[in-house]
Design a protein around this ligand. Structure first.
Ligand code: BG6
Ligand code: MG
Length: 213
């Protein structure tokens, strides 16, 4: 196999939490009095909580309406809604093929890394009982620059001492695919080609990826 490491985004790749991020932002948008659609939510995927809030407010025509302190309160409000869902999260919400892929990678001695923008990543891994699979976990608490900056992926590869061309990144967001491609990692888009045009490969889930190609 040509890859020595798989770097996995979390939300929307390993677990179906992307829908809970959407519902959290939608509750905030509802309270602020504007509509927010699933298609508009595509642009919020993969980016940091504060960057997502800025985009949401722009969508609602409220780009300059709030102070930094008010924005921090709104981000915390959304995270509160999100955590209500996460606290109910169970292993049945792991996406198709995840555990089988990790088992196969372990046998083939391919390292397993998490590269997520989320500050809730550790909590989610614990709830899903998959934390033990990871050789390294890089999340939103560790990086200074959010996707599309590649820091979250380069930090994973650097900690493992693996060169970037031997890493394959699994991502459901355009920002994440841009980050992977910027440093020469293979980029696998999880989802629809329409939203993920720049991916090297498109799969419906991580189990579909053919490691030998
Ligand atoms: C990413 C999600 O994984 O994490 C984004 O795709 C989210 O939608 C980002 O904004 C930050 O997550 P959190 O859990 O720190 O608010
Ligand atoms: Mg994602």
């Amino acid at each position: 196999m040509k890859y020595r490491c798989g770097i996995f985004d979390l939300d929307g790749v390993l677990v179906d939490t992307a829908k809970y991020h959407y519902l959290g932002w939608k509750k905030l948008a509802d309270r602020l009095g504007f509509s927010f659609t699933v298609q508009q939510n595509e642009a919020l995927k993969g980016i940091s909580r504060m960057a997502a809030l800025d985009l949401l407010l722009e969508i609602g025509g409220l780009g300059d309406a709030f102070s930094q302190q008010e924005k921090e309160q709104m981000a915390a409000e959304k995270n509160g809604y999100y955590l209500e869902y996460i606290n109910q999260l169970g292993e049945e919400e792991l996406l198709l093929g995840v555990t089988e892929t990790f088992e196969r990678m372990r046998k083939a001695r391919i390292r397993i890394a998490l590269g997520s923008a989320s500050k809730n990543a550790r909590l989610i891994l614990k709830r899903l009982h998959i934390e033990e699979y990871f050789d390294v976990v890089i999340d939103g608490n560790l990086v200074k620059k959010a996707k599309p900056d590649p820091e979250v992926f380069t930090m994973s590869a650097d900690r493992l001492g693996i060169c970037y061309s031997q890493c394959v990144v699994f991502e459901d967001s355009l920002a994440g695919l841009q980050a992977a491609k910027a440093v020469g990692m293979t980029a696998v888009g999880i989802g629809e080609r329409e939203n993920l045009r720049i991916a090297d490969y498109i799969c419906r889930n991580v189990g579909e990826f053919v490691w030998e190609q």
